[in-house]
Ligand binder design. Structure first.
Ligand code: ASP
Length: 601
């Protein structure tokens, strides 16, 4: 090794020892005579001193050092002179007095500061990701990610799981996204699909008798990217035989609890993890991945105002929709501009507008004593004082609060209020950043009607088992069939879906048909699954928590790009290697492909 100790390791106990360190020049300070460098490696930073009086040559070489030069230093560990200790640094009590210095490599001036935690344009960071990853914050994120996967592996190993790798070149498996396709050179005109997940393979491993499988699995989905999406991402994919929902939920709860307590003891948990029914999550929070760290819940006021002769309310009811509200704590004094901003958020989710009631801070605390002069509202001409009182009471509004109302199709109302809730939660600082609020969402429907394609879609995926006693409804009212499906959510993010699976050929066949697959389609796409179910498939179920999102939350980051070593940008481009890129005509020919001319530009 070119070093005997790391730069994060030395303490006052090492004083007097001779050491060799190697790393990057983090900072250099020339103090007229003495030269100090902060030498950095993956482990930390050690101060090195070059004294012209005692080691002239090393000092002369040190004059040439610039940030990010790679050096090797030999010297002696020394306690820092009193008053010069750096309490912020684990090695802050010592310094290494250099006797020799070798420059192992020089460095161009980096395009951004590595030694300062400053905001840098993300595209630049991604282009020079190898420099970005040198920054302590990114290094810490990668180390945390390593600890998370190691913890998962150890935990599951102790519980009798074995890790099995599954192929990346497979046949398409439906997870609701577009596939990435890989053309076959050997089979002209045929394609592999990159796995959206190892779903079918892990089920087949259960048929194979593996009983407890897991994999840190890479998944590929070609969909429009958002902050928490990447074309390729990683799941802790797991599957078990001879289990029911309770076994799976308990396993996941035990694993996440132990993981957070061990790796991030500064973070708090709600124990046991709350369980919400899907319907309840939708009613209270407007979505099925609620951030339960704060209230601001949605309230239906259709019964209070639905009878009014007010066109937006009437229109909502005519389309079977709803009128709902939430009480924004302490926002009664919001300016016109602030309310306009909120209105834009509601409109972005399809709402026609946003109505508001501002309850003056001077209003009495008992809402039944509210008077007209305490209320300012876009609905003053429509609502009576009794209506205002009833609405305020319904959403628990207090003096100084702003009640926001949306009417329309139920999905639109919920989506708009749920986004407003998240925005207000952020603006008002309601979500405790030190809380990891895991929760399970259960009791999902099996299918939902897609009015665009006029077909039933799986809410999870087509392998999810229906609840046994709802089986008869498959023929009469598929939308009413409940699924043996569960989600785990945390702080407003869906970490994972999972389910108990179908393991009977007849049931699986029936579900495929209900989802609109033709007999030929079924055999071509899923014949292998149906066949396998005829050879003693055990009851089984699983889940696949997204590792990127978990690490993002644990690290307190806002996007999964911050916890992914080499992510793609929002346009699915890897700015460092410039992928995707064009390929040669020879490669295309070998793959039996040609590019349609209008797509070339
Ligand atoms: N394959 C599923 C998914 O990616 C997870 C599961 O059902 O285990 O969402």
């Amino acid at each position: 090794m070119l070093k005997t100790k790391s730069c994060g390791q030395l303490t006052r106990l090492d004083a007097g020892a001779g050491v060799t360190l190697a790393g990057w020049v983090h900072r250099r300070r020339d103090h007229g005579g003495l030269i100090f460098i902060d030498l950095r490696d993956r482990d930390g930073i050690t101060q090195v001193v070059f004294n012209p009086a005692t080691s002239g040559e090393a000092h002369r070489t040190a004059e040439k050092l610039r940030p990010e030069f790679v050096v090797q230093v030999k010297g002696t560990v020394s306690i820092r002179p009193e008053g010069t200790e750096n309490k912020a640094l684990p090695t802050g009590e010592i310094e290494v007095v250099a006797s020799t210095l070798s420059i192992l490599n020089s460095s161009k001036v980096p395009p951004f500061y590595i030694n300062e935690d400053v905001e840098v344009d993300e595209n630049l960071r991604l282009k020079y990701r190898y420099l970005d990853l040198r920054r302590p914050r990114m290094r810490d994120n990668l180390i945390l990610r390593h600890k998370v996967t190691k913890f998962m592996r150890d935990f599951l190993d102790e519980r009798g799981f074995i890790e099995v790798e599954t192929p990346i070149l497979i046949k398409s498996t439906p997870e609701g996204a577009r596939d990435y396709l890989v053309p076959s050179r050997i089979q002209p005109g045929k394609f592999y699909a990159l796995p959206q997940s190892p779903q079918q393979l892990k089920q087949l491993l259960m048929v194979a008798g593996i009983e407890r499988y897991y994999q840190i699995a890479r998944c590929f989905r070609d969909e429009d990217l958002r902050a928490d999406r990447q074309p390729e991402f990683t799941q802790l994919d797991l599957e078990m035989s001879f289990v029911d929902e309770e076994d799976l939920l308990q396993l996941v709860e035990d694993m996440f609890t132990a993981m957070v307590e061990k790796l991030c003891p500064h973070l708090k948990l709600i124990k046991p993890f709350p369980r919400l029914r899907f319907v309840e999550a939708m009613e209270r929070y407007g979505n099925d991945k609620p951030d339960i760290r704060f209230g601001l819940e949605l309230h239906d006021i259709t019964d209070i105002v639905g009878h009014l002769d007010f066109p937006p309310f009437k229109a909502a009811l005519a389309e079977g929709g709803a009128i709902q509200c939430l009480g924004a704590t302490g926002c009664a004094g919001y300016s016109r501009r602030q309310v306009d901003e909120l209105t834009e958020i509601a409109k972005a989710r399809g709402a026609k507008g946003l109505m508001s009631i501002s309850i003056g801070a001077e209003a009495p605390s008992a809402m039944e004593e509210l008077k007209a002069e305490h209320v300012k509202s876009t609905l003053s001409r429509v609502l009576s004082l009794a209506d205002f009182q009833a609405i305020a009471q319904r959403c628990g509004a207090k003096p100084g609060d702003l009640v926001l109302i949306v009417s329309g199709k139920t999905e639109v109302v919920r989506a708009a209020l749920s986004d407003l809730r998240m925005e207000l939660g952020q603006r008002l600082g309601l979500a405790d950043p030190s809380l990891m609020a895991f929760a399970f969402v259960v009791d999902f429907p099996l299918m939902e009607w897609n009015s665009d394609t006029r077909r039933w879609d799986s809410v999870h995926h087509p392998f999810t088992a229906p609840v046994e006693e709802d089986m008869a409804l498959l023929d009469t009212a598929p939308g009413k069939v409940r699924a043996r499906h569960y989600d785990i959510v945390c702080n407003g993010y869906e970490l994972s879906s999972g389910s108990i699976r179908i393991h009977s050929r007849e049931v699986q066949d029936k579900i495929f048909k209900l989802l609109g697959y033709t007999e030929d389609d079924i055999m071509a796409r899923f014949g292998h699954m149906l066949d396998a179910f005829e050879y003693g498939a055990p009851p089984h179920g699983g889940i696949a928590p997204g590792i990127d999102r978990i690490v993002m939350l644990l690290a307190g980051e806002k996007t999964i790009r911050e916890v992914t070593a080499f992510p793609k940008n929002q346009n699915a481009v890897d700015l460092m290697t410039d992928a995707p890129s064009e390929v040669s005509p020879e490669q295309l020919a070998e793959l039996h492909l040609c590019i349609a001319s209008e797509d070339k530009k």
